[in-house]
Design a protein around this ligand. Structure first.
Ligand SMILES: Nc1nc2c(ncn2[C@@H]2O[C@H](COP(=O)(O)OP(=O)(O)OP(=O)(O)O)[C@@H](O)[C@H]2O)c(=O)[nH]1
Ligand SMILES: [Mg+2]
Length: 180
């Protein structure tokens, strides 16, 4: 009875937690994004082994955000975080031209996974502060986003060090889950 009441209160007062995963190659800036979401500051990071998880609240909407290590040896276990995910945030290092094809392969492999069939995808074109960084349009083209018809997707330019572009990302996420 207590459990049912808690669940009903969660629905009425908007306490439901929406699961989000942060994926992308190592050094893309996932952990920096997570803590910029949380504290509005740039934190010092080291490569993530395993994952970090934090709750982020946007206008009474609660997100449980999982930041997953992107090193090659860890990518094979990304799928174990997919279940019940509503939003996939793919963080791209916009200066890493050499590995964009690899990012594209990882993205399309993820979208084919049955546990992500209902998920929306937010692509963060990170490190826009760096000289020579690719534009969101270039990244969209290289990732062949126009070919994705199975999932709702959105591209956002950002700089996780300053936080520029991240409030807009959170707004998009909030609007998405409220619309569903
Ligand atoms: N110039 C610049 N550097 C950034 C930005 N975002 C992150 N970085 C730097 O990029 C490096 C890697 O950032 P992390 O957040 O640790 O990267 P990660 O994607 O979590 O990496 P893994 O945990 O290994 O998968 C750090 O030195 C960050 O300070 C950005 O927008 N601009
Ligand atoms: Mg990390």
């Amino acid at each position: 009875m207590g459990f049912v009441l808690t669940k009903m209160m969660a629905v009425v007062f908007g306490d439901k937690e929406h699961k989000v995963i942060l994926v992308g190659l190592d050094n893309a800036g996932k952990t920096t994004v997570l803590y910029q979401f949380l504290t509005k500051e740039a934190v010092h990071t080291t490569p993530t082994i395993g994952s970090n998880v934090e709750e982020i609240t946007v206008r009474n909407t609660h997100f449980l955000v999982w930041d997953i290590g992107g090193q090659e040896s860890l990518r094979a276990s990304w799928y174990s975080y997919f279940c019940n995910t509503e939003i996939v945030i793919l963080v791209v290092d916009s200066t890493d031209r050499e590995r964009l094809t690899l990012t594209k392969e990882e993205l399309h492999r993820m979208l084919a996974h049955e546990d992500l069939q209902g998920a929306a995808v937010l692509i963060l074109a990170n490190k826009q502060d760096m000289k020579g960084s690719m534009t969101p349009a270039e990244i969209s083209q290289c990732l062949t986003l126009d070919s994705i018809t199975t999932h709702s997707w959105h591209v956002q330019a950002c700089c996780a060090l300053t936080g520029e572009g991240l409030p807009a990302s959170l707004n998009w996420m909030q609007t998405r889950v409220v619309a569903n």
